[in-house]
Design a protein around this ligand. Structure first.
Ligand code: SAH
Ligand code: F3S
Length: 476
């Protein structure tokens, strides 16, 4: 949870997990980047398990090594490149027949380059082509090139039952949209993940019901821009205006949230990410109406300056964003709010930066994910704007933003001392086996002595103390 106030969200930690299904081929998978990538790796595991692959945590014994990658900032790509070089050395030393594949955003962005110029991998598969993996793996065995970076207008993997790799058996990701149509000028995602499309609500509800049967207690509905969810029978969101579908059959995000919340009052609902320009009053009403929808909204702002927001093509001004925050706080008084912020975007002056700091002082976010602007090739910003804020200034501004966020996070944590919260137990604390950790509705991590309780139980915890990242309490 400490990472909430550091800018480590995307670089992420590698996920190396094992699933137990029968088969004689071994697959090793690592995931980097956003939650969607971790969720996609569960789809990949499912697709390959049907072909007899089981996962291993031991890289050296794997027949197939897959890395699910992130392109959001240059640093994220460098991390992946270093990992790929390491895989090549393992391949040379232990298993010359090992197949190495790149999945996700770097696969889509770099395409054949990864195969031909960089020669780091055997297979390159973009985010919409995971169904093709078994075929590509076979083609490699036949000495062919394994590449599919086709972006789809329809693929949502709705019918694929993900193999849960996250491991706690209590919380799960459920993806509801893919791609993004927003075209924020700094962002590579619309190019790597394609056009926005939504998943059939029936399959989303079915997946949640199955998770409940398996003992899961919390789902996070995932998408690049969940508030833009729109089901009208399938297909790209951009094609909706050309259809004549009966309005009663159309689902927006508010309706989806409402229906998912009604499945079972014991199932906690979270969602991520909300783009402020798409969040409706209806969604805020639904959150306030259902006790099991968590009082926590991740509402990336990116900058406090309307000038910069316009250059970023975010679709809202500082004033509109602050009005939205006001609306949320009016309807859901104790709603926790977090943000993403970019320091040093093109043309950002000291005045713009001070507006970012002053916006933070007004909103007082509970958590923040903060980044230095990193120019991404072929994005609108790379084509039309100049990355003209000096690295040192970017770093100084980022440091100021992070330190302000630390103060605000600590302030929010402190105000929780003495209060009692319902906490879902998610696992054993890393610090001591005598303690559990879980989260409050506000997404604050709490550690407390285990007592007689088990993972997956809801408990009432009275908060006794805190750090800027963790609450410390006891079950009452
Ligand atoms: N809607 C997405 C946003 C993906 S990117 C989601 O589901 O989270 C996550 C965050 O990375 C963005 O909100 C932004 O703050 C940051 N980011 C994106 N592109 C960036 C870039 N070129 N340089 C620095 N930060 C960037
Ligand atoms: Fe990127 Fe903006 Fe979409 S940040 S993912 S283009 S909402």
């Amino acid at each position: 949870m400490f990472d909430k106030v550091l800018n480590e969200k995307i670089q992420g930690t590698a996920l190396k997990k094992e699933f137990k299904n029968v088969g004689n081929k071994k697959m090793y998978i690592e995931s980097y980047g956003c939650q969607m990538n971790f969720s996609d790796s569960e789809i990949v595991a499912s697709v390959l398990s049907r072909e007899g692959f089981r996962t291993t945590k031991t890289l050296e014994e794997a027949d197939l090594v897959l890395i699910n990658t992130c392109s959001i900032r240059d640093k994220a790509e460098q991390t992946v490149r270093n990992r790929l070089k390491y895989f090549q050395s393992v391949k040379k030393k232990y298993n010359k027949k090992m197949t190495v594949g790149v999945l996700g955003c770097m696969a889509e962005r770099l395409k054949e380059k990864l195969l031909d110029q960089e020669k780091l991998v055997d297979i390159v598969v973009g985010p919409d082509a995971y169904r093709d993996l078994p075929k590509l793996v076979k083609e490699i065995e036949d000495g062919k090139k394994g590449i599919n970076v086709f972006l789809s207008l329809e693929e949502t993997y709705a019918d694929i039952n993900p193999i849960r790799l996250s491991g706690n058996g209590v919380t799960a990701f459920v993806s509801i949209t893919r791609g993004c149509d927003n075209m924020c000028t700094f962002c590579v995602v619309p190019y790597t993940r394609g056009r926005e499309r939504s998943r059939d609500p029936k399959s989303i509800i079915k997946e949640c019901e199955e998770l409940i049967k398996l003992g899961y207690k919390e789902v996070t509905l995932l998408g690049q821009n969940v508030d833009s969810y729109l089901w009208y029978g399938g297909g790209a969101k951009k094609d909706y205006k050309n259809t004549t579908v009966d309005q009663k059959k159309v689902w927006n995000f508010a309706k989806l949230l409402d229906e998912v919340a009604k499945i079972n009052p014991d199932l906690r609902i979270r969602f991520s990410t909300s783009n402020p320009q798409d969040m409706t009053d209806q969604v805020i009403d639904i959150i306030s109406k259902h006790k099991n929808i968590c009082d926590y909204i991740h509402l990336p702002v990116q900058s406090g300056s309307s000038k910069i927001l316009k250059l970023m093509n975010r679709g809202y001004s500082r004033k509109e964003y602050l009005n939205l925050i006001k609306k949320i706080k009016n309807k859901i008084p104790d709603c926790a709010i977090s943000m993403d912020m970019i320091a040093g975007f093109c043309n950002e002056t000291e005045k713009d930066h001070l507006e970012t700091l002053s916006l933070m002082d007004i909103v007082k976010y509970d958590y923040g994910y903060m980044f230095k602007y990193s120019e991404r090739p072929n994005t609108p910003a790379a084509k039309k704007l100049i990355d003209n804020v000096h690295e040192k200034i970017k770093q100084r501004r980022l440091t100021e933003i992070i330190s302000k966020q630390r103060e605000h996070s600590l302030m929010h944590m402190k105000k929780r001392i003495g209060k009692t919260y319902k906490v879902l137990i998610e696992g054993i604390s890393k610090k001591s086996i005598k303690f559990y950790y879980g989260r409050t509705t506000h997404n604050a991590t709490v550690v407390f002595e285990k007592g007689e309780k088990k993972v997956g139980d809801y408990v009432n915890v009275k908060i006794k103390d805190c750090t800027s990242a963790t609450l410390i309490g006891e079950i009452i």
